[in-house]
Design a protein around this ligand. Sequence first.
Ligand SMILES: Cc1ncc(COP(=O)(O)O)c(C=O)c1O
Length: 451
Amino acid sequence: MSSDFDPVAEYTDKTKKSAEWFARSREHLPGGVTGNVKFYPPYPVYAKRAKGSHLWDLDDNEYIDYMLCFGPLILGHGHPRVLQAVHDQLERDGTTIFGPPHELETIMAERLNRIFPCAERVRFTNSGLEATLHALRICRGFSRRNRIAKFEGHYHGCYDEALVSLTPSEDTAGPYAAPQPVACSLGTSEYTLQSVQVLPFNDTEDTVRLLKAHRHDLAAVIMEPIQRGFIESELDFLKTVRETTEELDMILVFDEVMSGFRADRLGGAQTMYGVTPDIMCLGKIIGGGFPSGAFLGREDIMDVVNPVTRGKENRVFHGGTFNGHPTVLAAGMATLDVLEEPDTYSYLNRITGKLRTGLNDLFKRLGFEAIAVGPGSTFNVIFADECARSYRDCMHFDASLRRQFDYGMLSRGMHFHPDKPLYTCTEHTDEDVESTLTVAEEVLKKMRSSE
Ligand SMILES: Cc1ncc(COP(=O)(O)O)c(C=O)c1O
């Protein structure tokens, strides 16, 4: 990084209290954080309060928030209708959680079954991770096959199978036409590696070939229909995956933890593409900012957890003390109330489009090979001459330019989580976007002049 523009130094200059708390946290939490993704060097911003599209750190620096807790806060921080719903639930029910079933579980399930084409039956979980984990188990239980297929670079939560080939290095990943299962976390067993078939995203021919070759042992194919929120499925590819899984009697699982309510319309990526999976997973937004998740889909498959129709020896175990938590569902219902209003998605699309287009205009005008890309209310900024079609393309993005851009934005009041996608919310205003573009122009010019 050039000596006359040092955005990391600018960042550390402005965030002295975050540095102090990071030092203190490190004495008690490995790396000072409660999840690895929350860390970025030299230390992350420590949050103090937030409202709408804005967030303040411990030094009282104000930010426009484009991290939004990695996606759930589609209505921004502390939306009055969400806060009111939580307050009302606690007042009305007189408790945080009942234990026995309650009405809101059914009401939310009815709602999700109406919104998503594939949904007929729902089970709630406490996170997106749990949703995909249980979904894969019901697929194995239903089909009586043991292995699952996933796409290289797709994220489904932080457990053994899901982490296989999430971020393999080029020298371990094998040829793209036949990607090798790579353990992306210590602690992954050989058995786990063998139980996962890795597939090349957006590569129709090789995906079909691999699925056919493993037709007798694969229970399911799980995928992010929009990889990491910004790499779209090519429509022919997605349709072929649907047709092939149907033909081979494999269950197709869409992990819509991110895209479920962040595609460009209500009904998730499956509605956007017009391709219906058998099972889908949700998380993030359905809890209105509280821990949440769900797996839902075809009645016959979901029935493998049914304690009414099946005996113990003949069903899949699904449990969770906090599943269907009333406070979480109340916050989720209030969030969906706003998302189902007729103008919400058109507003989200307009405001996100304005930011994305504004950034792309700046990149072009200032001579950067960079793109802001992604559908709906999530997108990524990549320093490359064209958008990626798969994880392998992402290996060639210019990480050093992205780093300068991220820290330059961060130290000028734009809450970008370095190297992660950006999220927008209904509380982002035209003024927010305009000031973000003004700051982006300043940062990009500094990057140019310090080359
Ligand atoms: C597509 C996808 N699936 C699953 C998960 C895991 O969700 P959670 O962090 O709630 O466990 C995430 C989280 O970012 C995700 O983006």
